[in-house]
Design a protein around this ligand. Structure first.
Ligand SMILES: Cc1cc2nc3c(=O)[nH]c(=O)nc-3n(C[C@H](O)[C@H](O)[C@H](O)COP(=O)(O)OP(=O)(O)OC[C@H]3O[C@@H](n4cnc5c(N)ncnc54)[C@H](O)[C@@H]3O)c2cc1C
Length: 301
């Protein structure tokens, strides 16, 4: 009899989950703990590990896609108006042995399927997650936190949507024998959105409450005053990015140990920070990761 090898595991797979618990962390940030029979087979590779979450369809029916190898091709063939909406989130914590995964949601009002679901959700409600597959051998990607080994200085600029990733990054760094000198600028909706974060003597954290100000304005002002190294050479020309039509995702894993910057939040603000840091302040582009996590007034996913 010929031996048939089983097909190789894919880097990402679909998981059925149910909401176990939802807990407030701050005025706008809530922790959602999901449980599922196969969450033990989920993996997370970095503190900014991104996942896709599928929400109830416009009729309110929970997502129930069959977990088959071709599920994503089948999803894409469905009518955009009637299929379960998909949005991008971050794994805040995975307890694979307990079959639980935490995702921190910004509740920004009932304006999109994710925030609407999160505002109303009750324990027991079912969703589906596309997340890394522990059975995959290798690095399946889906994260951009790739600091150079022996990093000396770090700049983090983020808003509340990237706060879950930042909280995980700080936990990882605080556990190092010699964490880098770090400047953190974190913009949140209001003063009640400050949450406890891991810290160490070389971390300078600045919370910036926008109150009713424009999203991202405080992040841009922070990029102006951040202490950054200027490259000796001329700044490179930057490719145009239309943040209303596409996704701003300007990432690099090529920096050296001297300095590394990780910037994520409202896309037009991150675009302005990209120009400010690279063109005006001449920071080496190779040492920066710049990511648009959402775009004011638009739907990105
Ligand atoms: C890699 C990555 C990781 C992310 N991780 C997280 C995470 O862990 N937690 C989290 O909460 N978000 C996270 N986000 C952001 C999240 O995907 C977006 O905020 C998403 O738009 C929310 O979907 P929605 O259905 O609520 O709104 P959408 O349907 O996408 O948008 C509807 C309206 O709401 C506005 N809107 C969207 N998000 C916000 C917001 N935060 N504040 C105010 N207005 C908003 C839009 O501009 C639009 O006008 C992440 C994004 C990326 C790319």
């Amino acid at each position: 009899m010929p031996q048939h090898a089983s097909p190789p595991a894919s880097p990402y797979r679909l998981f059925d989950v149910a909401l176990k618990d939802k807990t407030p962390l701050s005025a706008h940030l809530w922790r959602f703990t999901f449980e599922g029979p196969e969450v033990g087979q989920m993996a997370t590779l970095a503190p900014d590990q991104r996942i896709k979450i599928f929400f109830p369809d416009p009729q309110g029916r929970p997502p129930a896609m069959a977990i088959t190898p071709d599920w994503y091709a089948r999803y894409k063939k469905q009518d955009v108006e009637t299929r379960p909406p998909m949005r991008t989130y971050t794994i805040r914590a995975l307890r694979a042995a307990a079959g639980e995964v935490d995702v921190d949601f910004v509740l920004h009002g009932e304006t999109g399927p994710a925030s609407t679901w999160a505002t109303r959700a009750q324990p027991g409600e079912r969703l589906q997650l596309m997340a890394p597959n522990a059975a995959f051998e290798g690095d399946g990607g889906g994260y951009e936190w790739k600091p150079p080994r022996g990093l000396q200085r770090l700049l983090l600029i983020a808003d509340e949507t990237a706060l879950p990733a930042v909280a995980g990054i700080l936990e990882e760094l605080a556990a190092l024998p010699a964490p880098p000198e770090t400047q953190l600028f974190i913009e949140v909706p209001d003063q009640d959105d400050e949450i406890p974060l891991a810290t160490w003597p070389g971390l300078a954290a600045e919370w910036m409450a926008r109150n009713l100000g424009a999203p991202g304005a405080l992040m841009i002002a922070a990029a102006q005053r951040a202490v950054v190294p200027s490259a000796a050479r001329a700044a490179p020309a930057l490719a145009e990015v239309d943040v209303d039509e596409g996704i701003l995702w300007d990432v690099s894993a090529a920096g050296d140990a001297g300095f590394y910057g990780w910037v994520a939040g409202e896309a037009a603000a991150v675009l302005a920070i990209r120009r400010l840091l690279i063109t005006e302040r001449k920071v080496d582009k190779a040492s920066l990761n710049l990511m648009g996590y959402w775009r004011e007034g638009r739907v990105l996913d």
